[in-house]
Design a protein around this ligand. Structure first.
Ligand code: NDP
Length: 499
């Protein structure tokens, strides 16, 4: 679609858009109980584009009550899986029917290129819903191998009310990674989008209803983390929270669970992905392209961004020159122009945070090879140049902390053992990558890296059939694949003695 429409077309479409701005509770759009709103800002221009309902504890109570009523009624939770499948497939179809609108909402809300929101985010989100719908009527429960006069069934049952708290970097897609498996398994849900990016979640709510998913099953509460997010985490009648976001806030959710009802918590948190290029890399051009896109895609606002580039010292200078060459072609531009590959940073706070890290890198003695400055300030938007540091030491702040911006830290190593040691020297363990021609090095390194996904001779690949999530402080629990479904179900043993 992005290929077919010009920047002017998208801009014209943007002027025709109407924004849904209210919470969605029990099948209806409603204002926050307090009547409060907050500003929704377009990061490409700094302009306020909508006033969004600022939900708080009272709204969470209302949404949880509606979700619980829907769950207990059985109208969704006890619907035959094949029927749930039909409705989820319908939802995926509706998302694709409204793909242009959803892509536009995503881009206006969080600044990513329309090229990506229309060709990646929306289709991938719809595919996730369809995939989970397709999966759910093909999964069987179990009968245990007990003595003959017993039937012991091991069945999976939905948890009840699931709260999903998601970030702003892939608002619709991260929401759908939770919505797909949570709804497929029969739960009711409350989705809290990040305050920076509520528009697609709110719009999705009416598509959910149109798809035939009953009222109360899916609720959306825009609002702030410290209010609405915390109230979901602490709620005594929420059975599980599925979270994606920072490690710091992930830890809050563990505390909330401990302070309330011991709800299930699954966490997909930060990362500091080591992207390792061995001296025997089979294709330096492809690796350089992957290294550049691995950090500059989505403005670097990606949890598995390849933010630490580890390169064998013998090829480092030549390799880095190639990365810089690719990076130079990825300058930030107007997100509504389909030619733009890098858009705006999500908000002013994040812009300042990223620029702060760049200053910290310079102060700590890293060598700035490219970028390092704010760009396009005249637009009023929040853009940062693609930035590459060389001569980074893994102890520096830019190598240890998740920047969530287009900033690459290059570290050199002497041999594969040192690469693995540096790669693993982080609190995170979301993803890792290694480029090598040697099958032994590939296997040994992939095995030794402590990460939920390891790419060999590629980067950021996968599909709905493979799980995604981290080791260590990158969290636990997996999104995507059939493994994600177990996060939203409880195992029940039914032991029947035959007389
Ligand atoms: P947060 O972890 O702060 O936010 C993620 C979600 O949690 C949002 O919906 C947020 O709501 C909510 N939240 C925030 N504080 C609380 C709280 N005290 N209790 C309950 N819920 C809360 O990430 P940010 O959006 O602020 O981004 C900050 C950093 O987090 C990034 O720079 C990056 O390092 C990391 N991050 C990692 C992501 C990943 O996928 N691994 C994704 C996004 C961010 P609200 O925003 O409305 O306050």
């Amino acid at each position: 679609m992005a290929e077919m429409l010009s920047a002017e077309d998208w801009k014209r479409e943007a002027t025709r858009l109407t924004f849904r701005t209210q919470a969605f509770i029990d099948g209806k759009y409603v204002d926050a109980a307090s009547g409060q709103t907050f500003d929704c800002v377009n990061p490409a221009t700094g302009a306020v584009i909508a006033k969004i309902a600022a939900c708080d504890k009272e709204d969470v109570d209302r949404a949880v009550a509606a979700a619980r009523r829907a769950f207990e009624s059985g109208k969704w939770s006890r619907m035959a899986p094949a029927q749930r499948k039909r409705r989820l497939l319908k939802l995926a179809e509706l998302m694709l029917k409204h793909a242009g609108e959803l892509a536009l909402l995503e881009t206006l809300d969080m600044g990513k290129p329309i090229r990506d929101s229309s060709s990646i985010d929306v289709p991938a989100a719809a595919n996730c819903i369809a995939w989970n719908g397709e999966a759910i009527d093909k999964l069987y429960d179990q009968v245990a191998p007990t003595e003959p006069n017993v039937v012991a069934m091991i069945t999976r049952e939905p948890l009840g009310v699931v709260g999903a708290v998601v970030p702003w970097n892939f608002p619709l897609l991260m929401g759908c990674w939770k919505i797909g498996p949570a709804l497929a398994t029969g739960n009711s849900m409350i989705l809290k989008p990040a305050e920076q990016s509520p528009l697609t979640a709110i719009r999705l709510a009416e598509l959910v209803l149109e798809a035939g998913i009953p009222e109360g099953v899916f609720n959306v509460l825009p609002g702030f983390g410290e209010t609405a997010g915390q109230a979901i985490g602490l709620h005594m009648d929420v059975d599980a929270v599925a979270f994606t976001g920072s490690t710091e806030v992930g830890k809050y959710f563990l505390q909330y669970a401990g302070r309330s009802n011991m709800k299930h918590v699954s966490l997909e948190c930060g990362g500091k992905t080591p992207h390792i290029v061995m001296a025997d890399c089979p294709d330096l051009e492809a690796a350089a392209k992957a290294a550049a896109f691995g950090i500059f895609f989505n403005q670097g606002e990606v949890c598995n961004a390849g933010s630490r580039l580890l390169v064998d010292a013998s090829i480092k200078d030549a390799f880095l020159a190639k990365v810089v060459e690719v990076g130079k072609r990825l300058q930030p531009g107007d997100p509504l122009d389909p030619k733009t590959r890098m858009g705006a940073i999500v908000d002013k706070t994040q812009l300042e945070r990223v620029l702060g890290y760049i200053e910290a890198g310079k102060k700590e003695g890293a060598e700035l090879k490219m970028g390092g400055k704010r760009a396009r300030a005249e637009t009023g938007g929040y853009y940062v140049e693609p930035t590459v540091f060389d001569k980074v030491d893994n102890r520096m702040k830019i190598a240890r902390e998740e920047i969530f911006g287009p900033v690459l830290s290059t570290i050199s190593f002497k041999d594969p053992e040192e690469a693995v040691r540096i790669g693993n020297d982080t609190i995170y363990g979301l993803a890792a990558a290694v480029w090598t021609r040697d099958i032994n090095t590939a296997h040994r390194t992939a095995k030794a890296l402590r990460a939920g996904v390891v790419w060999v001779n590629c980067f950021d690949e996968g599909d709905m059939s493979t799980p995604f999530g981290g080791f260590k402080q990158s969290g636990f629990g997996r999104d995507k694949s059939v493994h994600a479904l177990s996060k939203y179900t409880e195992l029940k043993t039914t032991w029947i003695r035959l007389h």
